[in-house]
Design a protein around this ligand. Sequence first.
Ligand code: ADP
Length: 395
Amino acid sequence: MGDGAAGRVLVVNCGSSTVKLAVVDPDTGERPFAGLADRVGTPDASVRVGTTTRTPDDTSHRGALAVALEELPDDVRSGLVAVGHRIVHGGARFTRSVVVDDDVLAELRGLTDLAPLHVAPGVAGIEAALSVLPDLPQVTVFDTAFHQTMPERAYRYAVPEDWYAEHGVRRYGFHGTSHRYVTAVAAEVLDRPLESLRLVSAHLGNGCSAAAVLHGRSVDTTMGLTPLEGLVMGTRSGDIDPAVVEHMARRLGVSAAEVVALLNRESGLLGVSGHRDMRELEAAALAGDAPAQLALELFCYRLAKHVAGLTVALGGLDALVFTGGIGENSTGVRARVQELLAHLGVRADEGANAVRSQEARRVSAPGSPVDVLVIPTDEELVIARDARELVGAAR
Ligand code: ADP
């Protein structure tokens, strides 16, 4: 054991206009430092660390990161052993977390063609960290990597073969870091080996996906080439007949790309009800707002339908895991989904389901043939653990 301050990892999560930073202790999960940069790349960029808010002169990801790290206390800085980056898309090349070298960086830059909105901010974050913290090894952790164990029947679309071979049209899946973490914790809560379990995890945040995890490996998931496929989400439609794209492009007189942008940003809960946020949506539904009630029912029905579908990949179901802001907090969504899955053997415990807690816990009735668990996700902890393991600093 070190002195408690060593062996920590700076976790960097770059979005298109945000940078989230946290120093994480991989053993205890402690976070002695956290920062957030908003509106990166615009003149209004700001960096917040604790109660301090600063305006960077250089408003790029690099500038924001540099300003945030100026607030890092020396004793925390000196205990860092690595920087861990969240990268949304790792393509088919990255099946696990890796230490960044010139080859990895070149491959990542190549991936920006596959998922420009998703990979470019991550690459900007690595470049920023390399220039601000040149002495520390950098590790990338991919949202897609966990799903690289999917069999061909799950990752292929039924489209002309050359779309796959020449143009890379296949399913990847996302939220892999979260699905991996919560299914590992599920095995602990159930006190059974992960290698014996058939699990479905439902990560329900602003983006939503479910994954079938057989004996610890992802065998299918609801998101596809991009995060648009699958469940109803805050602003994304999820599954839709692709002919809708051509139909609406013609009706609205816009390009296919513009319709896809509308399916990503103006659809889902927001499109149906005017509320993208589940808390607001539930309040409106409770007050009798019919579009809000419909959006809620669409959300729960589509989710239950996908969970049932994913049991085909598993040959049964031992436990369903809820996580993400909605999965962890919305007792109403959990109750409705459990009701819709009663025929699979899901038996809810209303009392347990209604309890608010940040602990990993069981919310199904004792003896239910399918266990239902709520497990708070912690992607930063996984990134910190992977990074420290890969740089060989574990003690
Ligand atoms: P992100 O995907 O951006 O990480 P989160 O995992 O934080 O998002 O999830 C955000 C969603 O969780 C929002 O729809 C929010 O309304 C919902 N949420 C948070 N707290 C609650 C709550 N107490 N009840 C219902 N929904 C909640």
